[in-house]
Design a protein around this ligand. Sequence first.
Ligand SMILES: CC(C)(COP(=O)([O-])OP(=O)([O-])OC[C@H]1O[C@@H](n2cnc3c(N)ncnc32)[C@H](O)[C@@H]1OP(=O)([O-])[O-])[C@@H](O)C(=O)NCCC(=O)NCCSC(=O)C[C@@](C)(O)CC(=O)[O-]
Length: 405
Amino acid sequence: MITIKGMHRARFLNPLSQLVAGFSSSAAAAIPTCSSCASIDTTNQMQTLLSRESTKATQHRSAFKKFNIPHNSHAANYFSNRHFTSDHISDAQRSSQHLKGIPDFVKIVEVGPRDGLQNEKSIVPTDVKVEFIKLLVSSGLSVVEATSFVSPKWVPQLADAKDVLSAIQDVEGVSFPVLTPNFKGLELAVAAGAKEVAVFPAASESFSKANLNSGIEDNLARCRDIVSASRSHSIPVRGYISCVVGCPFEGYVAPAKVAYVAKALYEMGCSEISLGDTIGVGTPGTVVPMLEAVLDVVPVDKLAVHFHDTYGQALSNTLISLQMGISAVDSSVSGIGGCPYAKGATGNLATEDLVYMLDGIGVKTNVELGKLMQAGDFICKHLGRASNSRAATALSKVKAHASKL
Ligand SMILES: CC(C)(COP(=O)([O-])OP(=O)([O-])OC[C@H]1O[C@@H](n2cnc3c(N)ncnc32)[C@H](O)[C@@H]1OP(=O)([O-])[O-])[C@@H](O)C(=O)NCCC(=O)NCCSC(=O)C[C@@](C)(O)CC(=O)[O-]
């Protein structure tokens, strides 16, 4: 008769196919039936072991499939032991008071092709941008902000907005919002086939003037015109607010200022309002009061968060936002990006880090981390730089090592 200890050892000797296909049933047959030796405790331990084995098998299968791990159990075991998904946490842990406020599903708004690229000095060819967007879509992302219809004098990198948008018209089932700062931008975007646009006022007067050449009130008036014109085309308008906790010119931004702009965007009919820490200075200490002020005037299901990672705070700010009920998060694959009007600000929260965390706490996103990493590798190779995603960097090393086993 196989003992629990023996069985524990045996799982490392089992061929992977047995683990994947039939371990549960064959091991179940080995559960002792003799009443003198089959205590309830033993059965419970056996069941726990069986359930762990089946989790392992699922992880191995998923490692093969999603990360192209060579078909060898040592490699898959090595990889899945270093890729911590929610399979490792129990239902009890998941319903812990610290995790239970977090939504079951988070919508990720990938902003890499726009926010990620807008600040790049060397012009990325249009076909590379289009390939990049298609790779992002193939990872399961349902919203990919594609480009901006802004003045090419100010943002030369996105001067090919029309060509990029035209080239992805045949991609179905995905939203491709584009930035439109004024009426001209809206007209050009609609002519190029845009089905969703975004306006982007700021909570700070100085930043509004630097970014848009107009103050907050003038800009809100422009946004109102854009929202009302978009309504006649049935085009939803997302509203960004820049500088929700700090401004590169004015420093600290009071929550009441953010709430004021958020309320205006909500009342004019924006479909979603994304709260942007443009220069990445926020911590949960400033993000929580800002969110509390905004939540007083805008329903939580209309809000998204958009954190830059300049001070390494983006993921902690995101987690606290999720705990406050936000279920839409902007991020940029490999953490690429920055704002041309916020010198020194780095890219957004890396999408891979976000997905890794959400996978780890059992929140659904419909995004496959392995494929997302391929999109990140693609654009980083093109830009000639290393990924800013900690998860992608770590998993790439683990995968490279696993491939040698
Ligand atoms: C807002 C404007 C247009 C005002 O710019 P302006 O100079 O006040 O505009 P203007 O009306 O005087 O026109 C100046 C020139 O721009 C042209 N123009 C005017 N509008 C357009 C347009 N839509 N598309 C194409 N061309 C345009 C216009 O035709 C004219 O051309 P010219 O006669 O000199 O040849 C300009 O300042 C601009 O484009 N700024 C760029 C803003 C931008 O893209 N910033 C970065 C994105 S915001 C961001 O990153 C923050 C966010 C959203 O991610 C949130 C976060 O991170 O927190």
